[in-house]
Structures are given as C-alpha cells and as structure tokens.
Design a protein around this ligand. Sequence first.
Ligand code: PA5
Length: 353
Amino acid sequence: MSRLDNLEYLASADPAGMGEWVAGLPEQCEEAFRLGQEAPLPEAAGVRQVVVVGMGGSAIGADLLRGYVEGEMAIPFLVSRTYHLPAFVSRETLVIASSYSGNTEETLSAYGEARERGARMFAIASGGELERRAQADGVPFCRIPGGYSPRAALGYSFVPLLAVLSRLGLIRDRAEDLAEAVKVMRELRAELGQGTPAADNPAKQLAERLYGKLPFIYGAAPWSSAVAYRWKGQVNENAKNLSHSNILPELNHNETVGWEFPERLTAQIEVVLLRDREDHPKVQRRFEVTSTIMRPHVSGITEVWSRGHSILARLFSLIYHGDFTSYYLALLNGVDPTPVKVIDYLKGELAKV
Ligand code: PA5
C-alpha cells in the first residue's frame, strides 16, 4: 500500500490542513466570485492599461488571469512583481494591488507609487496595512477571508479580479464558465482526493514519480504557461522541493539544447507536460517532438491533459491536479506542506532594514 493511502498518516503529517484547503478550491472559487460581484468598483472609463502589483502566492492569480484574458482584452495587462511601477503607469492606468496578508513590502511600495501618479486603484487583501491604506485613501477594496496560506487562497486572489474586470466591461461575463470550472473540479476531486487510493489516483501516482526527482513543468502560451509556474511554486512551497517551469514554444529556442549536461542531473529530471486540446496545432506538434528529444536524457515524462469545455474549466482542472500533486509530494518528502519558514525568515530580516 502507498504511504499516501494511509489517511491517518496524511492527517498527522498535515496538522494545518493544507489537504483540506487544496480540496476546497471549488467552493472557494464560488465564494470568491460572490465577493468579486459585490466589491466596489474603480472608475474605469478611459483606462488604457491594467497593472496588477503583487508577489508570490498573490501574484500568481494575476498571472493566470493575464494569460486567460490575453486573447480578449483590448488593452495591455501586466503583472508587476517589484517595488517600483513601470514608467508608463499614469492617471489612465488601473493599478490593482493584491496582497493576501496586506503587509507585503514590495506591494505596498508599488501601491504608494500608484497613488502618487494618480492611477485608478483597486486593492484586494485579507486585511493588514493594504486594507488600512485603501480604506484611508478611499480606494475600492475587496476583503477576502483570512487564515489561509496565500497560495491556498488562489481562488480568492484570482476570481474576484475576474469578476471585477468583467463588471468593468473589460472582458465578457464569466459566471457560466466559472460554474463549469467548479463542476469539473468537483468531478476531479473524486479522482484526485485523499480518499482515492494511489492505484486509481493520478495525482498520487504523479507525486510518486516526482519523489526524489527534479520536477520540470512545461506549459504553453498564453495560459497553461502560468499554470506551469503555479505547479512549480506549489512544488517549491508545499513540498519544499526544487522545481522549474518553462513555456512552449519559447523553450524550443534555448532550453531544448541544454538537456545534455550535467548528465547526473538531467537523469534526475522528471518532466510534466501540461497539455490542452486547443493549444496551437504547431504547439501540439512541438510537445511531441520535444518529448522525443528529451526522453533519452530525463528520468521520465508525464502528460497531464486539461479537462472541461471552457478555457476557465480547463485552466482550473490543471491547477487542481498540480495542487494535489504538490501536496502529496510534500507528504512523501515527510514535510509539513503548510509552513514556509524561509519566506517568513526573509520577510523578518527585510523588515529590519
Ligand atoms: O506563498 C507565500 O506565502 C508567498 O509567496 C506570499 O504569497 C508572498 O510572500 C506575498 O505575500 P502576500 O501574499 O501576503 O502579499
């Protein structure tokens, strides 16, 4: 029997309940959509760009959103992950500050710059300094529930922004697509959840293949690339495991050449390909040719195909698969998936400066 089928072990190795947070993503998305529908809106007439400022677990929701709406939004959408804003940000830019804790220094710094430049603003947090400033500045604010790890609150960082963009008329309404995404995740939960034995559970099986290996996660532009980055971050933070992600077709123009050396390391790479039936036909072909080139060098290759009809459902199906896989990998690694002591230490050191 796989260690991952021992439910007592899963409960004792995960005292904060990351497994429940992972499994609860569909319900979180429903609640998050409601929050986004009720949030006060910024003035968006004449907006020429959208910039989301945020870091880590709070920025990834914006990355996913950016990739998802790229084919529809008529104005540029950028995710900025640092202290300073790009020079173009002005009164005609909508700046959305997203910080789960509300206390991330890079996000607060960018928020301050956006205010100085007179940008239209919107803020989202579970509280903290960002909420305090937004309330004091009269910036439209969406409060999301506290008590989660930021990465476990992905629904709360992504879905309200989706609802806000559609209410502002920047993208079409997504209520139906979100309902489908929730339905697809609920169906997947029966397959990927803790109660399903490894013999029938693709996420447990994939975690076992990734155990002791270096996971390389490849997605495609415009949106599964952001999902690949989400997988990488989840493997890093939940499983405390190094990981790498990259994007097709871009990686065919550089990384493909690098699989030869160092041999003792490439042999430890376990590749995960995030596949979607609507990827560009040339990208589909690139996945196949790339697999052929990689296979002799790497430990193994697994394809994970998206499920569902709408892009949103397909995107969430891949996220859900990755969240479960990284959670199971944490338990195989024998680490508590929730705490991220290194991030806490870094934030503490930087706060002293
Ligand atoms: O997953 C994490 O804990 C981090 O990546 C945080 O999300 C990141 O440090 C930013 O913090 P916050 O999301 O509170 O703004």
